[in-house]
Design a protein around this ligand. Structure first.
Ligand code: 5GP
Ligand code: MN
Length: 313
């Protein structure tokens, strides 16, 4: 902790990097850190940069307009890079190009994280946002309401609204302390979960009507080709939540959602209900994550992917 503090103090320009297809945890943790560092060190240049746009149902967070998209950034020589919620360096996508060979702090909660930073705070807890709460306290940064809301959204995102097995008494303690700061649980949860676009509802409907169940392996899967996504006038953000819905079936032990990207590659999302380790399966395709939630991107065909997943369950 002392090293992190010193490193931040001696750096004049700092880049915070989050993962591609950003979710509430990477945005929440990164935004809380950005706002906290800006307040504590007003003379430093600090930027939070993402390859992809902040999804619509996260952009209600105050201060999220300060998050930079890679296309709006001119490359400068940063002194320090802080990675949030990114299991590998490659997970930040094109933002890597802004970073290069500088000092790296890696703040993450994925068990697959190889600890690629010069300093690593990698803990197997609910979310990077839960780590960020204690980190900010350790850095003696006062948590404002805006920062608290960002962290709270990260908790809600990665715990499935405090429903997953990654929730501990400590997670609730952080949530409780954030509510004591003034965070409105009901508002955050409604803004996040109950503001889905029409297209997103359509994608979900398509998934629920076309999903396939592999009985022997208790696997529920759904594949969405790119042209069908476009046919629904939808974007990749509109596919969030599909994989969680597929695991809700009483017979499902594992769910798999495959989405074709514009470049033809396939993005896979895996969830498991009880024992199955989907991190191991994602590793086969070069991805990773957690035991019960993992992902990957691959050039293999859907048939090949499904075959490999079924064989390894
Ligand atoms: P999702 O399926 O929602 O994209 O991701 C589930 C979990 O797996 C998240 O914790 C996410 O960070 C991680 N994950 C998703 N895709 C990848 C990937 O390509 N590589 C790695 N290492 N982790 C991933
Ligand atoms: Mn996370």
């Amino acid at each position: 902790m002392k090293d992190i503090k010193e490193k931040i103090q001696e750096s004049n320009s700092i880049i915070i990097a989050g993962h591609v297809n950003p979710d509430g945890d990477t945005v929440g943790a990164g935004l809380a850190l950005l706002l906290g560092l800006e307040k504590k060190y007003p003379n430093k240049k600090i930027e939070f940069v993402l390859q992809d746009e902040v999804p619509k149902n996260i952009s209600f967070l105050k201060g999220s307009n300060k998050i930079k998209n890679i296309k709006d950034i001119e490359k400068i020589d940063y002194d320090l890079a802080i990675f949030v919620d990114s299991a590998t360096i490659e997970r930040v996508g094109d933002v890597q190009k802004l970073i290069g060979d500088i000092f790296k702090i890696n703040i993450d909660h994925h068990i697959s994280n190889p600890k690629y930073g010069n300093i690593n705070i990698v803990r197997d807890i609910s979310s990077t946002s839960e780590i960020m709460y204690s980190l900010l306290k350790d850095l003696e940064i006062e948590i404002s309401l805006e920062m608290g809301e960002a962290i709270y959204l990260g908790l809600v995102n990665d715990t499935g609204n405090f429903a997953h097995s990654n929730v501990t008494d400590k997670t609730f303690l952080v949530a409780s302390q954030l509510m004591a700061l003034g965070v409105n649980n009901n508002k955050i949860v409604n803004d996040f979960f109950k503001t889905k676009s029409y297209e997103r509802m359509k994608v979900l409907g398509k998934a629920l009507s076309e999903m396939v169940f592999v009985k022997e392996k208790k696997l529920m899967y759904f594949y969405l080709p790119y042209n069908e996504l476009k046919g629904l006038n939808a974007t990749k953000d509109d596919t969030e939540g599909v994989v969680e819905e597929l695991i809700n079936y009483s017979g499902s032990e594992v769910s798999l959602f495959l989405r074709e990207e514009e470049n033809g590659k396939i993005k896979g999302s895996l969830r498991s209900k009880h024992g199955a380790d989907v991190n191991k399966i994602a590793n086969i395709f070069g991805g990773g994550g957690h035991i019960k939630a993992a992902g990957f991107t691959t050039e293999l065909s859907t048939e090949e992917i499904i075959k490999i997943v079924v064989e390894n369950l």
